[in-house]
Design a protein around this ligand. Structure first.
Ligand SMILES: [Zn+2]
Ligand SMILES: [Zn+2]
Length: 200
């Protein structure tokens, strides 16, 4: 393997990781576009609207949600670009990808059981190792605060069903995998719910 500078190796690892964790072509396309602009500064520029060319403004979006499988994600007061006609765009071409990474960076903080079995899967308590109840008892919102670059902070809510351990009674999500595997698609739901275009 030819010698490459450290920096470009680090970048290619980042890219490989991004591709392997993304199922959505729209986000992949964004990732590729962002890579082609890799030397461009991250400084925030308020662009013209991609659909009607009117001047955009930075404004908070009160609430937007996306769901996939057991996972529901909600963002409150998300800063977005909006034009006077109400067309909206994310604050950076990389934003949705960044969001997926930020959510996944927090998934380990949520108490979880573990999946067992290759074909006949069951879920065991992350505390005592005994069986979790087969059905969830309730849902819970796990709140976080996120901040993109120098913009105002906004709130993230990770909403998942909780399963009770049949032995020790501890409540938890079935597994971290149960959350992880749905993040990208739920973020696509947020993208669509916010009215963001699928590229650009
Ligand atoms: Zn517009
Ligand atoms: Zn237990």
């Amino acid at each position: 393997m030819p010698q490459r500078p450290l920096r470009s190796i680090a970048k290619s690892e980042e890219i490989t990781h991004g591709v392997s964790t993304l199922e959505n072509p729209a986000i992949l396309e964004k990732l590729e576009q962002s890579i082609s602009r890799e030397e461009e500064a991250m400084a925030l520029k308020i662009p013209r609207c991609g659909r009607c060319s009117a001047a955009c403004e930075l404004m908070p979006l009160a609430s937007v949600s996306g769901e996939d499988g057991p996972l529901k994600l909600t963002l409150l007061d998300l800063p977005v670009f909006a034009c006077p006609k109400g067309h909206k765009a994310p604050v950076h071409g990389d934003f949705m990808l960044w969001l997926i990474h930020e959510i996944r960076a927090r998934e380990g903080q949520i108490a979880a059981g573990r999946e067992q079995g290759m074909i006949f899967k069951k879920h065991l308590c992350g505390g005592c190792g005994k069986d979790l109840a087969p059905k969830p008892k309730r849902r819970q919102v796990f709140p976080y605060e996120l901040k993109y670059e120098d913009l105002a902070p906004f709130k993230l809510q990770i909403d998942m069903p909780l399963y009770k351990c049949t032995a020790c009674g501890k409540e938890q999500i079935r597994s971290t995998k149960d959350l992880h595997g749905h993040v990208a698609q739920a973020v696509v739901g947020i993208n669509d719910g916010a009215g963001f275009p699928h590229s650009g």
